[in-house]
Design a protein around this ligand. Structure first.
Ligand SMILES: [Mg+2]
Length: 348
């Protein structure tokens, strides 16, 4: 099967974007082939990413044969090489991620297999999820047994906010629940050490993004000092090259590549291989979305997938339809071809 066209669009999200984080600047990529099969992928990087896909990748990718996951890997290497002058990390790789996922989707459809099956043996059909957001009551009603709380350091009063939110989650979700903190690079070394002591009784599973991704050495030193809390991060890192740096620095117990940003499934597989060499646990960022879910199902990723749930009352754009819905805090992989989701054309 040959690629005949590839294109990217930025969806008309209906709910106003106050910051890039609301929709994470996700774009939609479509690949068409000479067999009539069409594949869809999700990438990051917003409007700038569209320029890379529509202005560069779309010209050089035409007529490439895609008949196996090795062909996708070769195409990945080709696009990576061609984009080195402006790429290697950031938006170029977010664009490449979406192309890679669209190619996986179309290959799955051509072979009538879920992407997870293309990757080998499916070892997880039912995947435990954790809810990201503040609405503990709602998550408990939905059967979740794990929650990731958001926290920002804004001075001493932030300590009480962290203790209160974690105590509340522990009380509602119970003694066996997993509770995590994502602090989005707002802590520093001292705050991280202080929080590890103050929260010790609440049995926190991980601290995420305590410092910036440019401070790998400092993070690796801190990692040893906050045990038994795990150090997590990696959503802002890219490809096997970036995760190679993380491995060498020994920064994280838990790696969180975002499959729609770090280079797609192709990069995800390569990152898994590196993770094994340092016994890191891989829990993909937003792993409950179709793109991460198939990798989790067919790899040695932990059986633990993130669903960004927000609050019961938060309006939400549904960009991808027909995917599995969480039930009792779990997602069930279905046997639909490709990633098993369709774009919501109302938003395109
Ligand atoms: Mg995060």
């Amino acid at each position: 099967m040959k690629i005949t066209s590839i294109s990217a669009v930025y969806p008309n999200y209906k709910h106003t974007v106050r910051s890039w984080r609301s929709h994470l600047w996700q774009i939609v990529i479509k690949v068409e082939t000479d067999t009539g099969h069409v594949g869809w992928g999700s990438g990051g990087g917003g409007m700038a990413s569209l320029q890379i896909v529509n202005g560069h990748f779309s010209e050089i990718i035409i007529n490439r044969e895609i008949n196996s996951i090795e062909d996708i890997s070769d195409t990945w290497d080709f696009l990576y090489q061609e984009s080195i002058p402006y790429g290697r990390k950031g938006i170029a790789i977010m664009a490449l991620s979406g192309v890679d996922l669209a190619l996986y989707d179309v290959l799955g459809k051509a072979q009538s297999k879920p992407v997870a099956e293309l990757l080998g043996t499916i070892n997880k059909h039912t995947i435990r999820c954790y809810a990201t957001g503040p609405d503990t009551d709602w998550y408990a009603e939905m059967g979740f047994s794990a929650q990731k709380l958001s926290h920002r350091w804004t001075g001493e009063k932030s300590i009480d906010e962290a203790v209160n939110s974690a105590s509340n989650a522990r009380a509602i979700l119970g003694p066996d629940a997993k509770i995590m903190f994502d602090v989005y690079m707002s802590w520093n070394v001292n705050v991280t050490l202080q929080m590890s002591k103050i929260l010790a009784d609440l049995n926190i599973y991980w601290f995420e993004d305590v410092l910036t991704p440019d401070e790998l050495k400092k993070i690796s030193e801190l990692r040893m000092k906050i045990k038994p809390i795990n150090m997590a991060g990696g959503e802002h890192e890219f490809t096997e090259h970036g995760f190679g740096d993380i491995a060498r620095a020994g920064s994280y117990d838990i790696w969180q590549p975002d499959i729609t940003w770090c280079g797609g499934i192709t990069a995800g597989i390569r990152i898994m291989d590196i993770a094994k060499t340092v016994n890191a646990i891989v829990v993909p960022h937003r792993g409950g979305e179709p793109w991460g879910l198939h990798l989790i199902a067919a790899s040695e990723c932990k059986n633990f997938a993130e669903l960004v749930m927000g609050s019961r009352t938060t309006p939400n754009d549904e960009m991808w339809l027909a995917g599995p819905e969480p039930s009792d805090g779990h997602l069930e992989l279905n046997d639909k071809s490709g990633f098993g989701v369709n774009p919501n054309f109302e938003l395109l």
